[in-house]
Ligand binder design. Structure first.
Ligand SMILES: [Ca+2]
Ligand SMILES: [Ca+2]
Ligand SMILES: [Ca+2]
Length: 312
């Protein structure tokens, strides 16, 4: 018998003993089983099971959910495997999970964005964002509109230049028309229009009041619900180019339908309680902030200068 054959025989004998061979009645005692299972030759199932439930295997997971070797409490991306913990902007959010890895935004501070980013979809609903030095164009009972105006460093045109901001319980109250403000908040879907809400900071950077951007001249057809400019100019100051007539009056509130030669658009009183509209009245000037209200593209006059009756 060669040495190799002898080795195999010994191995087989070991397995037989570990699997409760009938020739070994002592195997049912705990002492005997323990010895067999820790035998160097023993590769049976029982031994593997013991290894899987031993302390070394289960100690790692509870406080390092992503298994990157950094405990949850110290991990700068607790749910993302990033053993190097690289954090280029040193804001405490690791590069692997930092939405803006090169723009410091510690804590609840949002990533720096422009109004255009929010309105054109560069930033997504749910993103924490920071808007800086934007101009307040109108103040509503429960929020305010901001807009980028020609001459601003980040001005990129009329489209997607305005949005509505909903303050939180602690931040955003007290915005005034013509002031510049900076704030952190979350991109939200405001009944179909994209804006910013849930503010986590708010500061007035310049009281002003600064001159507001001139209204964009539009037709009713362009800004009515589904019109070609209704979405791009949502949140932007607009003004109808021609005379508009009251062709329908809402049964509740002061809302009405204004019709020019191109189409009909809804007008609402969110920002200004004007005199009740009368069917057939005509306005030489009709303007305000264009806003999607309950799914309806609506012009919101800000004051008397946005609603000027025509002729006698
Ligand atoms: Ca970890
Ligand atoms: Ca991690
Ligand atoms: Ca970072």
């Amino acid at each position: 018998m060669t040495f190799r054959s002898l080795f195999v025989l010994v191995l087989l004998a070991g397995c037989s003993g570990g699997s409760n061979g009938s020739d070994d009645t002592d195997d049912t005692t705990s002492a005997d089983t323990d010895v067999a299972d820790t035998d160097a030759f023993d590769t049976d199932v029982a031994d593997t099971d013991l290894a899987d439930t031993d302390a070394a295997d289960t100690d790692v997971a509870p406080n390092d959910v992503d298994g990157d070797g950094v405990t949850d409490a110290a991990d700068n991306c607790g749910a993302t495997w990033n053993p190097t913990q690289a954090d280029a902007d040193s804001d405490g959010k690791g590069d692997a999970c930092d939405v803006c890895p090169n723009a410091s935004n510690p804590g609840t501070q949002g990533c720096p964005v422009t109004v255009y980013d929010v309105k054109s979809g560069v930033a997504s609903v749910g993103d924490a964002v920071r808007l800086s030095d934007v101009l307040v164009t109108a103040v509503a009972p429960q929020g305010f509109f901001v807009q980028v105006k020609p001459g601003d460093l980040d001005y990129l045109g009329d489209n997607f230049s305005g949005l509505y901001v909903v303050p939180s319980a602690f931040y955003g109250a007290g915005a005034t028309v013509g002031s510049r403000v900076s704030f952190d908040g979350v991109v939200d879907d405001q009944s179909g229009a994209v804006g910013v809400g849930d503010l986590t900071s708010f500061v007035t950077t310049a009281v002003g009041p600064e001159a507001l951007p001139l209204p964009i001249t539009v037709t009713a057809a362009e800004v009515q619900t589904g019109g070609t400019r209704a979405v791009p100019l949502e949140g932007v100051l607009v003004k109808l180019s021609g005379v508009a007539q009251v062709t329908a009056v809402d049964s509740v509130g002061l809302g009405f339908t204004a019709t020019d030669t191109t189409g009909a658009v809804e007008v609402g009183a969110l920002l200004y309680s004007y005199a009740p509209p009368v069917f057939g009245l005509t306005y030489a000037d009709l303007g305000g902030v264009l806003a999607l209200r309950a799914g309806v593209s609506t012009i919101l006059p800000r004051d008397g200068t946005d609603l000027i009756l025509s002729g006698p």
